[in-house]
Structure formats: structure tokens, C-alpha cells
Write a protein that binds this ligand. Structure first.
Ligand SMILES: [Zn+2]
Length: 275
């Protein structure tokens, strides 16, 4: 199985960049379309896991691999119940035995993660596609946790900062200083906004997790792309607040989960500037 690896750019020193490992041999390089399908399938599986994590992690439960049973009747789920996206569609969103509704989060997060995988494979070569997908999946989980619990756990934001610096060393080592400065600047910027708001209004406006997530944005993107992320997150956040204000009163008095808007803004700016 050397030729698909080589088309991913993983062939090592044996071949020119982008050339099949055995140029002239019968095996063609795997076309981009196949990589997209492969990354989409991997994304759906990852999404299934992320949906489970988003349920169990906030409750402080152990996150093991896979759902064990129906949350309503307790029937043990078999392999046919656990195929991402397809099981939900085939069962029309209901448990096979008790017909209780399956959590909507599963298809929503699985489809989102599949789309993140496919887009990453389409836009980036080789290992960078994996890095882009990893970033997207990580941000997806953070967006869901912040949306449901106003919670961006340190256990997820700190590693994402380190991963961003690691990705910079791997793909654009010359820019490491800019990305390290981005991490520091991103944290300081939102941290001081939060501190200022607290001093002026006497209550929390931004969570501390937002500053750490923005630090991760700086680590992945470099300091110069931070204004773009902030603009995107604030713009979509404001638009969402206005739309929801029209449909249901009282939303504006609630706190907006800023991380839910920061996360997609970070990923889209990553795609736009690094691809
Ligand atoms: Zn059931």
C-alpha cells in the first residue's frame, strides 16, 4: 500500500513531492475525491465520538468508546445501531425497541464532522489535511460545549494552543514567533476585555475560556489574523442575537456563548489563510 501514502505526500525522501512513489507503475495516485470520501467517513466516526463526549464530559462521566445502550429503555446497542449518520436515518431517529427519540446531537455533530473532514481533504495536502480536520473537530466539540454549558474546559483549550504551535513548527516553522506572539496576544486581548467588562458592569461578560480559545486561535493562525477572527465571531454572534431576538424575546438578556461563534470563525479563517 505504498501508492496511496505517496499521494498523501507521506512517501518520505524516496520521491519528488506530489509524485507517486512508483511513478510509471500501474497503480495510480488516489484522487482527491477519494481522500474527501475517506476523510468524510473518518469525520462521521469522530463526530459520533464527539457527540458522546459532549453528553458525558459535562456530567463528569467516564468517556469510553461508543454508546452502551438506549438512554430510554437501556437496550444494548449493536453495531447496526451505531453506524454514524446512516443508523439514525434508517431508524428515523428512534430507538429500535422502545421508539424513544434518539438525541438529535448525533446526526447533527456527525454530519458537521464529516463535512469538516471532507473540506480539509479537499483544501489541504497530506498531513496538513489531517491537522486542519483535527482543528475543525476540536473546535466543533468546544462550540457545542460552550453552546450548551457556557463551558470551554482548560483540558481542551490548553492542548489546542500547544497543537497550534506544533502545527506551525511542522508546516511553517519560519512563522513560529508570529504564532507564539498570537497565542500571547490573543489571551491578553480577551482577558483584558473580560476584566474591563467586569470592572465596569460588576458581572461576568466573557468567560475565561474565551481568552484561552482566542489564544489557540493566535497559535494556529498567527497574531495578524486575530482581528479577522474577532470580526467574524462578533459579526455572526450579533446577527444570531438579532435573529433570535426577533423570534423569541428575552434572548438578549441571556449571555451569548461567545466560544460557539469564535470556534467556526477560527476554522474558516484557517481554511481561508492557510489553504
Ligand atoms: Zn430504547
Amino acid at each position: 500500500m505504498l501508492w496511496p501514502l505517496s499521494s498523501l505526500g507521506l512517501s518520505g525522501g524516496g520521491s519528488e513531492l506530489g509524485q507517486p512513489f512508483f511513478s510509471g507503475s500501474a497503480a495510480p495516485p488516489l484522487p482527491v475525491f477519494s481522500w474527501c470520501v475517506l476523510f468524510a467517513i473518518a469525520g462521521a466516526v469522530v463526530g459520533s465520538f464527539l457527540a458522546l463526549v459532549s453528553l458525558r464530559y459535562p456530567r463528569g462521566e467516564v468517556v469510553a468508546l461508543g454508546r452502551s445502550g438506549c438512554s430510554s429503555c437501556g437496550r444494548t446497542l449493536g453495531p447496526l445501531d451505531l453506524v454514524p449518520i446512516l443508523s439514525f436515518a434508517a431508524l428515523r431517529g428512534r430507538c429500535r425497541t422502545c421508539k424513544a427519540a434518539i438525541e438529535r446531537r448525533y446526526p447533527i455533530i456527525e454530519v458537521s464532522a464529516a463535512a469538516i473532514g471532507a473540506a480539509s481533504a479537499l483544501l489541504f495536502p497530506g498531513w496538513q489535511a489531517l491537522a486542519a480536520a483535527l482543528l475543525g473537530w476540536w473546535l466543533l466539540l468546544l462550540a457545542v460545549l460552550d453552546f450548551e454549558h457556557y463551558w470551554l474546559p482548560d483540558r481542551l483549550t490548553y492542548p489546542l494552543i500547544l497543537l497550534g504551535l506544533g502545527a506551525t513548527i511542522a508546516f511553517t516553522p519560519a512563522l513560529l514567533l508570529h504564532h507564539a506572539a498570537g497565542a500571547a496576544l490573543g489571551f491578553l486581548l480577551l482577558w483584558s476585555v473580560a476584566a474591563g467588562y467586569r470592572a465596569l458592569r460588576g458581572r461576568h461578560g466573557l468567560g475565561g475560556g474565551d481568552a484561552k480559545l482566542f489564544a489557540a486561535a493566535g497559535a494556529w493562525l498567527g497574531w495578524y489574523d486575530l482581528p479577522l477572527v474577532l470580526l467574524g465571531a462578533a459579526g455572526t454572534g450579533l446577527a444570531a442575537a438579532l435573529v433570535l431576538h426577533k423570534t423569541g424575546p428575552g434572548f438578549l438578556t441571556k449571555r451569548l456563548p461567545f466560544g460557539t461563534f469564535l470556534a467556526p470563525a477560527i476554522w474558516i479563517v484557517y481554511l481561508g489563510t492557510k489553504a
